[in-house]
Write a protein that binds this ligand. Structure first.
Ligand SMILES: Cc1cc2nc3c(=O)[nH]c(=O)nc-3n(C[C@H](O)[C@H](O)[C@H](O)COP(=O)(O)OP(=O)(O)OC[C@H]3O[C@@H](n4cnc5c(N)ncnc54)[C@H](O)[C@@H]3O)c2cc1C
Length: 469
């Protein structure tokens, strides 16, 4: 009997549930990858993510070859390409790892409905999915802390070995290069990533010794204290079970309990947002909190100047600008900054969260619909378990608290490099003499704050208040 293991975003052989289940039940398995034409037409797709995916796919093909198996790659529409392979290899069953985005659900439902052989979705991306963890009334959780408590109580599976199998010989397409797929490296993007399974394993290994310090250091963007595993988890070059196991091993090895626990809580956040997306797929387009669906945001066309300043990291608020430039240069932004720049886009600039979402999607190497919608709606105070609308991040004190000496700011915003410590968070307060000495003339080399934070904050809170209660 022959099965297809349809690989999508879990780009590894090890601990790949669809592959394991297919190989357990079938003698022959076709590891199969479709480069989905439709997905490539989506406007939110951008170079960092596509490059990471592309490198990972090239490596995956080699890794299959090294194990004596052929990865069959095709380009086209998933259903049509699967149908062809079913025909060519005489396939009896299709296995895939369940994905939770509205796009993936629609695609997979179509394949299940149209294909005349059994098609089986299996859990792989998360520890707990869909409605596995619910309230005592059997409804999905809207509040993270209650969800988390149950998440920790449950037994979690560890990684599994892939059984041996045989692959039938059928044709594969060459993986197209990035240029022919329509992606060019943006001028300001440096490439700091090491994609693929090898890169993911190395990253996880190097993070093991840091887990214990996570709680103490994770909020300081100048420190390399978070795992930077997000693109690897996005593309499945490491599995959720492998990273959880690494944390458990660190605990056993004596790593600080608070550090390990806090990091594991992030993995629970990841699962939490996946189940929010599954149970409330409409949140991709609308605020989770219905009462705030009536807020009228300014689109990027309406707020052209503000949008441009925010995107380019030239708002005159150094901590914000540092975050936005880190994104532009690396395709990644530290979590503290993701929260602060998004709050600023909302409460200070009143920018449409959908525009923010599209921009992040195109620029984040780790763009993940569930975490991104969750994170944006949290900062915009419109999501499940969101930041209350009246608790507005102060862009200056956030910088003072989490980048006290301005090390991160200076690294990302070179025009502020020589600004003395006392002005690094408020360079517009520099006397003329100091501006000259530090080679940073306000209004020329670096802008004045583009908006008045206190005034904007009051206006935003008022707009929320009109719709509250
Ligand atoms: C506005 C906004 C947008 C975001 N967009 C994304 C996104 O597109 N993709 C993404 O993976 N994360 C997103 N996050 C969550 C978080 O910022 C990143 O996961 C984290 O910064 C990635 O860095 P890391 O791998 O070093 O994380 P670590 O701190 O090492 O955490 C380990 C892993 O836990 C998961 N995780 C951590 N924090 C969260 C969280 N708040 N929600 C869900 N999962 C989490 C990630 O998979 C991460 O790799 C967003 C957060 C905000 C506030």
């Amino acid at each position: 009997m022959t099965a297809i293991a349809w690989i999508r975003r879990e780009m590894r052989i090890e601990d790949n549930t669809a592959l394991i289940e297919a190989a357990k039940e079938h003698r022959e398995v076709v590891p199969f990858y479709v480069i989905d034409e439709e997905l490539f037409r989506k406007k939110e797709l951008g170079y960092p993510r596509v490059k990471f995916w592309h490198d990972s796919l090239l490596e995956l093909e080699e890794m299959f070859e090294d194990r004596g198996w052929d990865l069959v790659v095709r380009k086209g529409k998933p259903l049509e390409e699967i149908e062809k392979v079913v025909e060519e290899a005489g396939v009896d069953e299709v296995f895939y790892n369940t994905d939770y985005t509205p796009y993936a659900r629609e695609r997979d439902e179509k394949v299940e409905k149209e294909l005349e052989i059994p098609v089986r979705g299996v859990k792989d991306l998360v520890m707990f999915e869909k409605e596995e963890i619910t309230t005592n009334q059997n409804s999905p959780y809207k509040v993270y802390s209650y969800y988390r408590d149950k998440w920790f109580e449950r037994e979690k599976p560890g990684p599994r070995e892939v059984p041996e199998f045989q692959t039938p010989v059928i044709g594969s397409h060459e993986i197209p290069d990035l240029e022919s797929l329509g992606f060019e490296r943006p001028e300001r993007l440096g490439w700091i990533w090491n994609p693929g399974r090898k890169g993911g394993s190395e990253r996880l290994e190097s993070f093991r010794e840091k887990i214990g310090y996570y709680e103490k250091k994770r909020d300081y963007p100048a420190e390399d204290a978070t795992s930077k595993l997000s693109p690897h988890l996005k593309f499945g070059t490491v599995s959720i079970r492998e990273v959880f196991q690494a944390a458990e091993e660190a605990r056993k090895g004596g790593a600080d309990e608070e550090g390990v626990r806090t990091w594991e809580e992030e993995l629970a956040w990841r699962d939490f947002y996946f189940q929010v997306l599954w149970n409330w797929p409409e949140t991709v387009e609308e605020a989770f909190l219905q009462k705030y669906r009536g807020l009228e945001w300014n689109s990027k066309e309406e707020a052209k100047r503000r949008w441009k300043s925010w995107v380019e990291g030239r708002t005159g608020y150094p901590f914000i600008d540092a975050g936005m430039r880190q994104l532009e240069r690396t395709g990644w932004m530290h979590n503290r900054l993701r929260m602060v720049v998004t709050s600023f886009a909302c409460k200070d600039l009143w920018l449409d969260w959908q525009d923010v979402h599209d921009y992040f999607s195109r620029n984040f190497v780790d763009a993940e619909v569930s975490a991104m919608v969750g994170g944006i709606q949290w900062a915009y105070s419109i999501g499940t378990d969101a930041q209350p609308y009246f608790r507005v991040f102060n862009p200056w004190t956030q910088g003072e608290d989490y980048d006290p000496e301005g090390e991160f700011i200076r690294e990302q915003v070179p025009e502020l490099e020589e600004v003395p410590d006392e002005y690094i968070h408020r360079p517009y307060e520099m006397p003329e003499e100091v501006q000259k000495d530090s080679g940073c003339i306000i209004g020329e080399d670096y802008p004045e704050p583009i908006v008045d934070h206190q005034g904007q904050k009051d206006k935003a809170v008022e707009k929320f208040e009109e719709l509250t209660n």
